[in-house]
Design a protein around this ligand. Structure first.
Ligand code: P5A
Length: 442
């Protein structure tokens, strides 16, 4: 992609409304545009990152056996009257009337709607377990939307819903999502700690939040440092093996970890002083087991092996992809800008032409761009006539993992400069060596 044809509205000044670094950097890097309180458009650079985050989430949901669907954003109030939540949900729910004066709402979550789908089709335990998920925009009329996409009113959520015959099955479904979450966040370069959490308006008795430690986090959390050294399950994890999955969950729930609401002083006092970590955290995922909370009032029943009807046992599992983009920046930036982990970087490399219009520089840049793209690596090619300083500042700000700098002297000598954004290391490389390296990486 040529920068001259791209839409990257960089801000030179720090936007005054941004209180935390991720909000500031997302605005400055032209990733998002605020449209109303807590509502944002995603501009091309931001959209690319959001898509990469969703891609990893999808791969791990699918690996764990969940099936992707897509449900509408606007829901009928009648469904929510069935579960009793229409009255309970309060002011966070955006209530709307259609032209026939029917009560509608913009979905803050989808437990009711997915239960309606389930009860319409699934009648036998033989069709279980079932886990359906979607990645869809939600609206919650938060009292205090803040920190940009970290706590917005309209935000993207991956929400999965599991259905099982009994508690044992539901617990296995919960465990699969738990392990899928560990893998998902690690793949994004994040260290997420599962912590016992409050269930709030979703309900139920078992719940974990997945927390990224960060000073700007909104939650106060308490955990054992041991979490920072635990191994995350690999891609070969067998999601069909309930005992293996339960073993991983046991390892990841044994040391102490709780959010403020669930904090237990007696248990905390047993953690040795040196191991105690009391910190701020960002909630990037939240999973719930709620049993019959929705299946019973909504009549979601299957025939069991005993020939009798059973209300299914359910759980729901959320991740906030839009919040995650901000959380990743909170965890990975420096004074010059964002530092994207490779897996979610919007482009792999910033290719900087120091003298566009110079035949040798132009030809070399085009050759390098073609080689990277052939190897499946996305390039943002800065072919603009900005000053060198501005080009470097932009490249650092948008935080692509690599910068390849092509100038007239190097082009004449057959060399380019390669900079690693994370370490700041700069290397002068022979063009042939760069080409071989790119081909090998393919
Ligand atoms: C679980 C899936 C639920 O809604 N129902 C379906 C359950 N859980 S939750 O904890 O309320 O939200 C799940 C995740 O969504 C993200 N999130 C937000 N992101 C940005 N702005 C918000 N205002 C916001 N609210 C929730 C979080 O990542 C949360 O873990």
């Amino acid at each position: 992609m040529r920068l001259s044809r791209y839409f990257l509205p960089i801000l030179k000044e720090n936007p005054r409304e941004a209180e935390i670094v991720s909000h500031r950097l997302m605005l400055r890097a032209g990733m998002i545009r605020q449209q109303a309180a807590g509502s944002f458009s995603w501009l091309p650079l931001g959209k690319r990152v959001l898509d990469k985050v969703c891609h990893i989430i999808r791969e791990e949901q699918n690996r764990a056996g969940a099936l992707e669907i897509i449900m509408p954003t606007i829901q009928s109030a009648d469904l929510w009257r069935e579960s009793g939540r229409y009255e309970d949900y309060g002011k966070e729910m955006l209530r709307i009337k259609d032209r026939h004066e029917r009560d509608m709402l913009y979905g803050p979550t989808n437990e009711e709607m997915v239960t309606e789908i389930f009860r319409s089709y699934v009648k036998s335990y033989k069709d279980l377990p079932l886990n359906l998920y979607h990645i869809q925009w939600k609206f919650r009329d938060e009292v205090r939307p803040r920190f940009g996409v970290m706590r917005s009113r309209e935000f993207l959520m991956k929400d999965a819903y599991s259905f099982d015959l009994d508690f044992e099955g539901a617990r296995a479904a919960y465990n699969r999502m738990f392990v899928a979450y560990l893998r998902t966040f690690t793949r994004m370069g994040l260290q997420a700690i599962p912590m016992r959490a409050d269930t709030g308006p979703i309900g139920g008795d078992l719940s974990h939040e997945f927390i990224i430690l960060a000073d700007t986090g909104e939650s106060q959390v308490y955990c054992d440092r041991h979490y920072l050294t635990l191994d995350v399950p690999g891609a070969d994890t067998d999601f069909g093996n309930d005992a293996e999955i339960a073993g991983i969950v046991k390892t990841w729930t044994t040391p102490y970890a709780a959010t403020d609401e669930m904090h237990d002083d007696a248990a905390w006092n047993k953690v040795p002083d040196a191991e105690r970590l009391s910190a701020r955290g960002i909630e990037v995922g939240h999973i719930f087991h709620f049993g019959e909370k929705y299946s019973k009032p909504m009549g979601a029943k299957v025939t069991g092996p005993d020939g009798k009807g059973h209300f299914v046992s359910g759980g729901s599992y959320g991740i906030g992809p839009s919040r995650l983009v901000a959380a990743i920046i909170e965890a990975s930036h420096d004074e010059s800008g964002i530092i994207w982990p490779e897996a979610i970087a919007p482009f792999h490399v910033a290719l900087i032409n120091m003298k566009p219009g110079d035949a040798a520089c132009d030809a070399l840049c085009e050759k390098i761009q073609a080689a990277y793209e052939k190897a499946g690596r996305d390039v943002l090619y800065d072919d603009t006539d900005q000053r060198a300083g501005a080009k470097f500042a932009t490249a650092d700000l948008i935080g692509l993992p690599w910068q390849v700098i092509v100038g007239p002297r190097g082009a004449a000598e057959g060399t380019v400069e390669v900079k690693n954004r994370r370490t700041g290391e700069r290397d002068v490389k022979r063009i042939d060596d760069l080409m071989t390296m790119v081909e090998k990486a393919a």
